[in-house]
Write a protein that binds this ligand. Sequence first.
Ligand SMILES: NC(=O)c1ccc[n+]([C@@H]2O[C@H](COP(=O)([O-])OP(=O)(O)OC[C@H]3O[C@@H](n4cnc5c(N)ncnc54)[C@H](O)[C@@H]3O)[C@@H](O)[C@H]2O)c1
Length: 439
Amino acid sequence: MNLLDRINARQFSVAVVGLGYVGLPLAVEFARANIKTYGIDVDPRKVESLRAGKNYIRDISDDLVSDVIERGLFEATNDFSVVAQSDVIYICVPTPFTANKEPDISYIIQAAEETAKHLRGDQCIILKSTTFPNTTEGYVQPLLEQGGRKVGEDFHLAFSPERIDPGNKVWHTANTPIVVGGVTPLCTKIAAAANRVIIAKVVEVSSPKVAEMEKLLENIFRSVNIALVNELAQLCDRMGGINMWEVVEAAATKPFGFMPFFPGPGIGGHCILIDPYYLSWLAREYDFVTNFITLAAEVNESMPFYVQRMVLNQIAHLPVTITDASILIFGVAFKRDVDDLRHSPALRVMELLTQEGAKNISYVDSFVPSLELFGKEMHAVPYSDELVRGADVVVITTDHSDFDYERIVANAKVVIDTRNATKNVAEGREKIYLLGGGE
Ligand SMILES: NC(=O)c1ccc[n+]([C@@H]2O[C@H](COP(=O)([O-])OP(=O)(O)OC[C@H]3O[C@@H](n4cnc5c(N)ncnc54)[C@H](O)[C@@H]3O)[C@@H](O)[C@H]2O)c1
C-alpha cells in the first residue's frame, strides 16, 4: 500500500517532533484516534514526565494522556530513530525571534536535520511551526533532500500551520479548521489526508508559501486590530468621558463587517507578538517596508509603558514613594486562564516598575507559581483580603477567571484594571482606574 492508502485505511503511524503547547495536543489527538504516535522532544524533563504518564499541558486531560500512554498508543522519546517507524512526521518546534527581533528558525533546522537522518522513504513531513514564507521549500526541503532524496518521489513535504488557542474551551485541535499546502499536489493530498484523521475541516491551498503567509496574515490581523483599539483607548483616556470598552461592545452589535478587539496592557505569548516580525524581516530583502506591522508593534509594545505610567500616577497621589510603595499584581500569564508566561506584558510592567525603583512588588496567579524577574526568582503569593488591604496599588494585568473581583475591589485602596475585569463590580467603582476607561 502506498502512503495515501495507508493513511486512508488508518494503517499508519505518526511522529510529532516538539511536545509543547502545539505538539503534545496534536500527538494525543492522533493517539486517541488509535494511531500509533511517537513524540520526540529534546527536553528530557518533558520526555520523563510523559513516560511517567504525567501531562503538563493544561488543555488536555491528565486521564487522556495517561490512557494513551498505558495503551501503548503514545510513546515519548528523545530518540529521533523512531522517525524510521513513522509514516507522517509533524514538526512543532519553537520559532522565536533574536534579541534584534529577527527570525530564529534554528529549531526547525535542527529538527529537520535530525529527521532527515532517519527517513526511510514514502513518508510525509508536515511543518507546523509558524514561520516566514519559503521556510518549507527554501530551508527544510534541501535538508530532507540531502543524500539524493527527491521531494514528491522519495518523501512528501507540506506546511500546515497550527491554530491552537490555549485556554479556549470551545475551539481545540479537532474542531478547528486547518490549512495545508504541499510542495507538490500529491504532498498536499497526503498531508491533508493525515490531518483529516483528527481534524474535522482541512482546507487545501496551492503551496506551502500560501499556507505560511496565511498563518502570518492571521496573526498580523490580530496585532493590527489590537493596536488600533489600544491607540483609541489612549485617546479615550486623554479626552475623558468615553469608555473604549463600551465603544467596542457597542460597535460589536453590528452583525456584519466588524469584529471586536479589546485594549489591554500589551500583547504576549509565542504568536501575535513575534510572528509579524518574521514577515517584516523577510520584506526587507525585497526593499519593502511593512508599515502596518511596524506601527502595530510600536503601539502594542508601548502599552506596558502606559500601564507603568498609570501606576506611577496613582502612587504620586499617595504618601509613599515608588521605592516604598507596595504594588500587588493580579495575573502574570500572558492571557486569561493559561500558565504561559512567554513575553507576558505583566512581566514587562513589573520590569518597568522595578527599573523605576519599585522594590515591593508581589503577584497573585494560581497558574504561575513562580517566575524570574531580572534573574531573581519570585513566588506567587496566595490571595488574602489582608494582602489586598496592605497594597498601595493593585494592578490587574491578566483577568483570570478564578479571581474574585468584587472582593479585590472591596479590599483594595486603588485598582488599576487593564482588562476591564472589574466590569461587573458594582461597589467601590471610585477606586477603579480602567485602562481606556476615559476617566
Ligand atoms: N502556543 C500556541 O498557542 C501556538 C499557536 C499556533 C502556532 N504556534 C507555533 O507552533 C510552534 C511551537 O510552539 P509551542 O507553543 O508548541 O512551543 P513550545 O515551546 O511549547 O514547544 C516546543 C517544543 O519543542 C521542543 N524542541 C525544541 N527543539 C527541538 C528539536 N530540535 N527537536 C525536538 N524537540 C525540540 C521543545 O523542547 C519544546 O518542548 C511555534 O512555531 C509557534 O509559533 C504556537
